[in-house]
Design a protein around this ligand. Sequence first.
Ligand SMILES: Cc1cc2nc3c(=O)[nH]c(=O)nc-3n(C[C@H](O)[C@H](O)[C@H](O)COP(=O)(O)OP(=O)(O)OC[C@H]3O[C@@H](n4cnc5c(N)ncnc54)[C@H](O)[C@@H]3O)c2cc1C
Length: 509
Amino acid sequence: MDGQTSQGTRRPRSTPPHAIVIGSGFGGLAAAVRLGARGYKVTVLERLDAPGGRASVFRQDGFTFDAGPTIVTAPFLFEELWTLCGRRMADDVELREMNPYYRIRFHDGEVFTYSGDPEAMRAEVARISPDDVAGYEGFLKASEERFRIGFTELAHAPFGSVMDMLKVAPDLLRLSGYRSVYDLVAKHLRNERLRTIFSYHPLLVGGNPFAASSIYAMIAYLERHWGVHWAMGGTGSLVKGLVGLIEGQGNTVRCNADVARILVKDGRAVGVRLASGEELAADIVVSNADSAWTYRHLLAPEERHRWTDRKVERSRYSMGLFVWYFGTNRRYDDVTHHTIMMGPRYRGLLDDIFNRKILADDFSIYLHRPTATDPALAPEGCDAFYALVPVPNLDGGPDWTGPATEQFRQRVQRHLSATLLPGLEQSVVTSKVMTPLDFRDRYLSLKGAGFGLEPVLLQSAWFRPHNASEEVKGLYLVGAGTHPGAGMPGVLSSARVLDTVVPDAAALA
Ligand SMILES: Cc1cc2nc3c(=O)[nH]c(=O)nc-3n(C[C@H](O)[C@H](O)[C@H](O)COP(=O)(O)OP(=O)(O)OC[C@H]3O[C@@H](n4cnc5c(N)ncnc54)[C@H](O)[C@@H]3O)c2cc1C
């Protein structure tokens, strides 16, 4: 017998239902693996010439640069994908636990070594402020409590109805989810530097520590629980591994395929139209494109009731990112793999970035030196780096098409040369910059946001675009802009939610 496809044509019963995944970020790749394991025929359509999205890789002058994520937490979420394919992740990707996790360096040179070792952490806290050790323990407990609810219970639950939200409201109240991460940390710690060290985590998922719900304080415990890891060969090896899983399932990742429209018939997604005009039919469509872009540009306005153009435009978006990738013809062996360089201001700088949306004179930098762990990413005797600087998204900031970009790069270079990388001006041999404009034009991220919708309470869980679209049937969303949010654990979890909300392939056969 034949099955009825959503386009009304007949599909032979023996043919599995077809799922199209728009975008090959980690959310899209994980969704493809999960749907493939559940019996769908899957086609991933990626507009760029290589998979990975923000985690894509570029090679330049003998150096290998991961464009985006570098800190792997909650590795079990990756491992699960290999298990679903009857494989072991270790056969494809070697993960190494980092020790220390990172160094946090203040503008006057004081350094806090942040690790997963409880004794070493207590000693570091005591060195900065002996009176805060008990408060630190209290904060860790508070972080763990939020992890138990926020990660274990909420991150993998679909928030499809307002009832789902009401059910968790008592927990959110009890854990003071309406307070900011900074407020929670400040309740436990008195020293301002320690407050900075233990509250900055929301920035890793695009949030302002002074505005992100204190539920995000769970990240400190999440790191402690599963460790902080590095994928040897770079994060790109995880992308390559996932593409291998998808192809091993007999499915396809097609690059240079730019989706212009999600096709809808009788309130149901039935396929996509590419920018080239080609149409592809599908039984379900999963969008891993930026959720704001998906609704603003890929789904026709007449199909949208909640995510109208006005609502999309008026939502709050995460900060922009300025990323300078560079290689040096010498090694800086005393620089750790991950360094967070705090500027002289914390609250004021974040206010400039998130609220006033101006490019300030000062900045903080996350400096990535993968060659500390993985020398093969650069020619012998050389180092590969990137310097990531939070900046306003395209609602403000400078005109990045003009001289501002090179001027800003030079300021970052001067600062690094004067602090951790002496003589940098003379040793840079390769260089490339990404600004919020690249995030808009390359990844199609609305307002050039580094992490999609900003993670604030009223844009989280039920308030975020749902994983099972509330606009049309048969459309699903994964990735940073949907529930639970940005970061590799977040987007892998969004794909995990699909197991709950997408019907089994057999039900559509
Ligand atoms: C510089 C940087 C550093 C980061 N560091 C970390 C870190 O250390 N640890 C961590 O956990 N997280 C980190 N993050 C966050 C993390 O990288 C992201 O949240 C996550 O990778 C986003 O995945 P995603 O599934 O949302 O897809 P994305 O990576 O955003 O990919 C979406 C894909 O969809 C494609 N696409 C969009 N529209 C279309 C269309 N119309 N047709 C076809 N294809 C389309 C895009 O080209 C892109 O490839 C970092 C992010 C950045 C930018």
